[in-house]
Design a protein around this ligand. Structure first.
Ligand code: SAH
Ligand code: SF4
Length: 362
């Protein structure tokens, strides 16, 4: 471990205290934050706004940590999977999903996951460890830096941008979803700190950030108090306890009734809804009866549902249902005025799709 101080490990207050302690004026703290989070400085020497002497003094006591890009895979649909290594050698993945008018980054909150959902590849290998808040935020900084370098070089992004309305304004990540590896609410404090840094330092608005959870009920109730107005997605995947217990062992701890009750309590800004993810698995949760149960369960919940036909992988026997059944299921929901979209997750050819992330395993 580096004995020097990692400047990225500091919260906003701590950065100001540090700058004060070494006898510098307050505006230096603002500059430091801007260089680390907006201008992607990966070392103190990159901060050209600081004099040579100042940089050299800082270098004597501090450093700026970075994720190391290990591998990068590009899908035929434009999605990219990026594999990063952490200081201790653990690896994490994030997925960049370009659209006409936005770049969404799907980020990891843990290396691995302890929840063990039966259909999810990330869940199969267990939890290595939770990420520090700066490791969560660093995924965005690292990918922003890559996008910026490549758009300046005219490399890969322009093909994606071409279809857009005159291209993206300044080519950076616009939306964040906590749907990569890990269960964000099992790493609550670091995720909350990361959310604040994403909002305050990187400048992504709360409305563009979504935290997805398998249903850690007490933390779902706490999240809006610690980080208000973040969009919430809940991986539901079943409409009854028996099926959900089988698919998601966490349901034995927080049963469907308490999960739905927590969803009803989640404060929503006007025009916002909770998103339910429902992975459709052949013969398990995809019958018309399941759909009817779901409509009853979600009565009175301000929500929309994403129906995700299962992405199969080698470590489970589950299969994706025939398209006809997915459409029937959707129709039952729509008939009850529940917003239901069928979502094909992108990046399947590079195992970047939902539930297919497992660092180092392809
Ligand atoms: N742990 C959080 C965040 C990870 S999101 C959560 O579970 O919500 C991962 C998403 O991918 C979840 O919505 C999950 O239901 C979905 N998923 C997992 N395995 C999948 C698979 N094999 N096919 C399609 N979606 C899957
Ligand atoms: Fe973990 Fe989410 Fe996968 Fe379940 S679906 S194992 S909670 S990452």
């Amino acid at each position: 471990m580096n004995p020097k101080l990692n400047l990225k490990s500091l919260s906003k207050e701590d950065i100001f205290l540090f700058i004060e302690k070494i006898g510098l004026p307050r505006y230096r703290a603002e500059q430091l934050l801007s260089w680390m989070y907006k201008r992607h400085a990966s070392e103190i020497d990159a901060i050209t706004e600081f004099s040579k002497d100042l940089r050299s003094n800082l270098n004597g006591i501090a450093f700026i940590s970075n994720l190391k890009l290990v591998e990068r895979l590009q899908s035929s649909d434009g999605t990219e999977k990026l594999l990063f290594s952490l200081e201790d050698g653990n690896t994490i993945e994030c997925v960049l999903i370009p659209d006409e008018d936005r770049f969404t980054l799907c980020i990891s909150s843990q290396a691995g996951c302890a929840i063990g959902c039966q259909f999810c590849l990330t869940g199969k290998s267990g939890l290595a460890r939770s990420l520090k808040s700066y490791e969560i935020v660093d995924q965005i900084i690292a990918v922003n830096k890559i996008i910026k370098a490549e758009t300046t070089d005219n490399k890969h992004i322009p093909t994606l941008v071409k279809g857009g309305k005159g291209g993206l304004p300044d080519k950076k990540i616009t939306n964040i979803v906590f749907m990569g590896m890990g269960e964000p609410l099992m790493n609550f404090d670091n995720v909350v700190e990361a959310l604040w840094r994403i909002i305050q330092f990187i400048g992504i608005s709360k409305r563009k950030i979504t935290v997805s959870t398998a249903g850690i009920v007490p933390k779902m109730l706490l999240l809006p108090l610690k980080a208000p107005d973040i969009n919430l997605a809940v991986s539901l995947n079943a409409a009854d306890n028996e099926t959900r217990n089988r698919l998601m062992p966490i349901n034995k701890r927080y049963a469907i009734e308490s999960l739905i009750s927590a969803c009803k309590k989640y404060p929503l800004q006007s025009g916002r809804r909770i998103t339910f993810e429902y992975v459709m698995i052949d013969g398990i949760n995809d019958s018309p009866d399941d759909a009817h149960r779901l409509t009853k369960l979600l009565k009175g919940v301000h929500c929309k549902i994403n129906l995700i036909p299962l992405n199969p992988h080698s470590e489970s026997d589950f299969k994706r249902p025939p398209e006809k059944r997915v459409l029937e299921f959707q129709k039952i929901l729509l008939n009850k005025n529940i917003r239901a979209l069928i979502r094909e997750s992108r990046g399947q050819d590079i195992l970047a799709a939902c539930g297919q992330l497992r660092a180092g395993n392809r």
